[in-house]
Design a protein around this ligand. Structure first.
Ligand code: HEC
Length: 206
């Protein structure tokens, strides 16, 4: 009897853990098919506090953590800027720095995650298989950071976050190649200082 009860308890605990890990249901932006977030993402970076929280309820803890922006920018410049422009101004792919979205769900962090993970149409391929989940959350924080539109139209920010949000200004978007090289150097230096530690980028699961 005790054994049965114990195994039932274990089974129930397992089910609950599974649910807590992936309470959100992630879907492909175009097909609506379920995304295999755990199965298809790189093994590294799947179990950070920020990833756990995000899979649970869609909250991206990195949005409010400026120390994580350099990593997000690094990922953006490596994987996205070639098509979407250096500061999300748009190039081959649409702009990512205003309030207009072809797919309205990208105005939520969950929707943006789904588009990045599973891709959309044509040249917008899936990125979930090569970007670590934790990196993707930092990337999303960076994309929200380069927003140049009106703060009140930033649906993805909570009322509290809107109070402190500062629109990304032209000062951050260098116009000349020299200014760009200078800005890139600063980012590289900042990233180097944090090598190994990443002290500026710490979150705890909420
Ligand atoms: C090879 C070029 C290319 C690369 C690299 C690329 N994209 Fe795209 N992206 C596109 C194109 C083209 C579209 C338009 C597709 C569509 O409308 O379905 C698009 C669409 C999008 C959208 C939808 C925008 C909207 O208005 O709803 C988002 C978000 C996005 N990309 C983010 C990213 C991010 C983040 C990365 C880096 C991880 C990235 N893309 C890398 C070409 C690219």
């Amino acid at each position: 009897m005790t054994v049965v009860r114990l195994s039932l308890t274990i089974a129930a605990t397992l089910v609950c853990t599974q649910m807590a890990l992936a309470a959100e249901d992630f879907r492909h932006t175009i097909t609506g098919e379920p995304l295999k977030v755990m199965e298809e993402s790189p093994a590294e970076g799947r179990d950070t506090p920020a990833v756990k929280k995000f899979l649970e309820d869609g909250t991206n803890l990195y949005i409010e953590n400026k120390g994580c922006l350099p990593k997000g920018e690094e990922v953006y410049l490596t994987a996205c800027s070639g098509c979407h422009g250096h500061v999300g101004e748009g190039k081959l792919g649409p702009g990512l720095n205003d309030a207009y979205w072809t797919y309205p769900k990208n105005a939520t962090d969950k929707g943006l995650f789904e588009t990045i993970f599973g891709g959309a149409q044509g040249m917008m391929g899936p990125h979930g298989n090569h970007l670590e989940l934790d990196e993707t959350l930092k990337l999303i924080a960076w994309i929200r950071h380069i927003y140049t539109g009106k703060t009140e139209e930033a649906e993805w920010l909570t009322d509290e976050q809107k109070k402190s949000f500062k629109t990304y200004t032209a000062a951050h978007a260098p116009e000349s190649a020299e200014a760009q090289a200078e800005a890139d150097k600063k980012i590289a230096e900042a990233a180097e200082k944090k090598e190994g530690g990443d002290d500026q980028c710490k979150v705890s699961g909420g």
